[in-house]
Write a protein that binds this ligand. Sequence first.
Ligand code: ASN
Ligand code: ZN
Length: 321
Amino acid sequence: RALRTLERDALQRTRRRITTVRGFTAAVTPADADARPRRTIYDCENGTDLPGRKVRGEGDEPGRDATVNRVYAGLGATFELLLKQYGRNSLDDAGLKLNASVHYDREYGNAFWDGSQMVFGDGDGEIFLDFSIPVDVIAHELAHGLTQYTANLEYFSQSGALNESVSDVFGALVKQYTLGQTAEQADWLIGEGLLAPEVTGTALRSMKAPGTAYDDDVLGKDPQPATMDDYVRTGRDNGGVHINSGIPNHAFYLLATELGGQAWERAGQIWYDTLTGGELSQDARFSEFARLTVAAARARYGDGAELQAVQKAWSTVGVPH
Ligand code: ASN
Ligand code: ZN
């Protein structure tokens, strides 16, 4: 509660100092004049001690390791979107240092946020390649930090699926921002380029068509639902957090494509306001999140196209709002 009050105050401060500069929203007051990323990349050299050996600090030139350079750039792109579009100075809005470790363990087929830093595996080369390849995966892990410092959604059941979905949404937004793509141009895939060539599939997840990202002998079929009719009740995966995230993911896709243009602007702003607004419960179910996106759309854009598009998106996926 105290944390949420703090967060709300921080949000109001941020709102007050936001100004539109050359078509994008930017923080321009002296308070944020020194807002800049503070990135450090570490190499675990295939061990599991964190963080590992420091290999690149802020402002250092690129080195020979493409993994290090991709992660450094991905952290920079995520920091830039948060600052320029939402007026946020790093994950905690207080300039938090962004630390990431690469080459974690041997043939490690995952990436994660450990509560204070990002960790990336190399993959085994047969199912997964290097987890630093897709920029949306880098941003996804960072967004777990953003959620931790804001709504702090419990990583279980529907609140866990919302936590996962928020990470996919900001992952997709950073990817689109980096590529300069509109919602219509984007592929809405999460983790494209991560699956080894032998795997029958295109990505980890699809926000456009949940359930269609892969269908493979080893990995099985993408289990994600797109609507509440196909909601999966399971005890696995913390109650299906990476499965049922397909539903809010698809709602965001529907909103962004209905509005058109750059998804990080209005659609992203509504999701950002909902996540950081101080109203969302840590154990929120989909319907609470949906109601708050409706309220956020109304608060920021009034009774117009944005509000209608948010309501239509949730109706289409079968979530009450
Ligand atoms: N890469 C996964 C994620 O960010 C790791 C996990 O399951 N926590 O969700
Ligand atoms: Zn995640």
